[in-house]
Design a protein around this ligand. Structure first.
Ligand code: NAP
Length: 259
């Protein structure tokens, strides 16, 4: 049993849907006060209502994580509402799929600023709070795509997710003076609302390529993030963990046929 995070002020970016919503719900279920951050109001407030209906504490903050003014306002709102920032889960991300030959350079910039620059902006904006409390936890949502695997259409996405891991190493050193850790979760294929439209056949094929024979659940990522945010993980920093049901392990299609 991990030491409780009850009452800890937690920012989760991209918490209105998908993995971020899973992280927000896992943290709220453990008693954390969760700031649900996204651009769209409808889904953010629905997430807040869902958390509250389950007995958790949550507020919403509309923010574009790629914009410095917006990120600073998001941290200020969190401090005004919850009294500080103990945990930052920098999770928001976008993944348009476009092969390089068709990709407008503006799409590259959009993905890099939403996924990578945002990581820097959100961490930077929280530093004064970590400095004040002489403690803090940062958990990034990276991916297996980029750092470990490739997928046509995701050059920008893969670069942004690898970039987060490069950022992580030096950030861990700089944040250590505030007794703050920073680590990353690298999800494989996780079942989110966005995948529902792809159809059961597609989902079954994806699941068949994973040794544990199922897509990940958002809670699988939430639980890994919760561990990094725990007191017990206080001596782990600058590290990354793959949460993918073994997806990256098979050397070939034949390797999967033999299990
Ligand atoms: P999702 O279901 O599309 O949700 C994305 C969330 O991010 C939404 O809440 C969205 O809300 C928010 N968001 C997007 N752009 C934003 C911006 N500029 N400012 C603030 N919020 C923003 O995505 P997901 O699948 O859960 O992915 C979440 C993270 O996990 C991403 O970093 C992704 O790279 C990573 N990941 C996902 C998978 C997977 O299988 N799903 C696998 C590996 C890694 P608004 O649009 O309203 O702003």
């Amino acid at each position: 049993m991990l030491t409780s995070i009850k009452g800890r002020s937690t920012i989760v970016t991209g918490a209105s849907k998908g993995i971020g919503k899973g992280i927000a719900k896992i943290f709220a279920a453990q008693g954390a006060k969760v700031m649900v951050v996204a651009r769209g109001e409808e889904a953010a407030s629905a997430t807040v209502e869902e958390i509250r209906s389950e007995g958790g504490t949550a507020e919403q903050c509309l923010c574009d994580v790629s914009d410095w003014d917006s990120v600073q306002a998001m941290v200020k709102t969190t401090v005004d509402t919850f009294g500080g920032v103990d945990i930052l889960c920098a999770n928001a991300g976008v993944f348009p799929q476009t092969k390089m030959i068709d990709m407008d350079p503006s799409e590259w910039d959009y993905v890099m600023s939403t996924n990578l620059k945002s990581t820097f902006l959100c961490v930077k904006a929280c530093i004064p709070e970590f400095e004040k409390s002489k403690s803090g936890r940062v958990v990034l949502t990276s991916s297996i795509t980029g750092p470990v695997t490739g997928y046509p259409g995701w050059t920008h996405y893969g670069a942004s997710k690898s970039g987060q891991l490069g950022f992580l190493k030096t950030a861990a050193m700089e944040l250590s003076r505030y007794n703050t850790t920073i680590n990353a979760v690298m999800p494989g294929n996780i079942y989110t609302e966005g995948l529902q439209d792809l159809g059961q056949d597609y989902l079954d094929t994806m699941a068949a390529s994973i040794p544990l024979k199922r897509l990940g659940q958002v809670e699988d990522i939430g639980n890994a993030a919760l561990f990094f945010a725990s007191q017990e993980a206080g001596y782990i920093t600058g590290q990354q963990i793959i949460v993918d049901g073994g997806q990256i392990l098979p050397e070939s299609i034949e390797a999967m046929e033999d299990i």
